[in-house]
Design a protein around this ligand. Structure first.
Ligand SMILES: C[S@@+](CC[C@H](N)C(=O)[O-])C[C@H]1O[C@@H](n2cnc3c(N)ncnc32)[C@H](O)[C@@H]1O
Length: 262
């Protein structure tokens, strides 16, 4: 029997921000630290430099307690709005923004992005740039028609989301519906960047089980087209390190760069 899909209530009650950081991003042993972060950071570095994606506002959707995916974006946008569904994650984001001593440590990952950018910037300066560019930290819910309800946001130049939609969406139909609703959050001609994992069914946060929508490569691009986007770029990569399949069973990674038509 397939385990039940994780409810919003379970997220509210059981998703631990610190457990998530420690399981996935801590420098030594975080299972997403390495293959996944390199996949994301290399692709986003390219997108925000040679790829020419830049502008006034970037809207970051479902950040969790993390900031790694914003480190290149902060050089290409004047203003970043970040968001998540859970108070505990918003609290972790605020702690990092305010340099709270209890904030999670992203130094190694910041160093990696500075090396990719290759302009001799220090970790401290990069972190300061990102802190300065993040203007708002908002609550969002992917399953609402307006995910920021009751706030109505001005459409952004770019919407970025990493590893998020497989949490609230039960199937590709629901995923496609979220993509349709995202169109109101993006300017005509604006960008939608989604990076996540393929063929997953679950992941653990500490000792807690969370289900994952199983995103299949064959269905993914069709969902973007059905939702009314033009695909600029699609990148797929297999998972190489399978040593912790017991913690999370994804088989690969994807990056879709799509555009809302003008
Ligand atoms: C696997 S974590 C990903 C966190 C982070 N983006 C990353 O790259 O590591 C899944 C995220 O989905 C968020 N989430 C769960 N339900 C959601 C919903 N209904 N709307 C928006 N985000 C949701 C959770 O709060 C959590 O931060």
């Amino acid at each position: 029997m397939e385990p039940a899909f994780t409810s919003q209530q379970t997220y509210l009650d059981e998703f631990g921000a610190e457990d998530y950081y420690k399981t996935y991003y801590v420098s030594e042993g975080g299972i997403l630290h390495g293959e996944w972060t390199e996949f994301v950071l290399r692709n986003l570095h390219e997108t925000f430099t040679t790829g020419g994606v830049r502008g006034d506002t970037l809207l970051d959707f479902g950040a969790g307690p993390t900031i790694y995916h914003l480190l290149s974006a902060c050089e290409a946008f004047d203003k970043i709005i970040t968001s998540d569904f859970l108070e505990q994650n918003l609290d972790a984001l605020q702690k990092w923004l305010k340099k709270d001593p209890k904030a999670f440590d992203w130094t190694d990952i910041i160093k990696y992005v500075c090396e990719l950018e290759g302009n001799g910037e220090t970790c401290e300066k990069k972190a300061e740039t990102l802190r300065r560019k993040v203007k708002e930290v908002l609550k969002c819910d992917a399953l609402k028609r307006n995910p920021f309800d009751p706030i109505v946001l001005q459409p952004a130049d770019c919407l970025l989301t990493c590893l998020c939609l497989e949490a609230p969406c039960e199937d590709i139909k629901s995923f496609c519906n979220v993509l349709k609703n995202f169109k109101d959050l993006i300017k005509p001609g604006g960008h939608l960047l989604i990076l996540s994992v393929l063929d997953a069914t679950f992941y653990y946060v500490g000792k807690k089980y969370f289900s994952s929508m199983t995103t299949r490569k064959e269905e993914l691009e069709a969902a973007f087209k059905e939702a009314g986007y033009e695909i600029e770029k699609a990148v797929y990569a297999p998972r190489i390190d399978n040593s912790r399949l017991d913690l999370a069973d994804y088989k690969g990674y994807y990056y879709i760069h799509a555009r809302k038509p003008k």
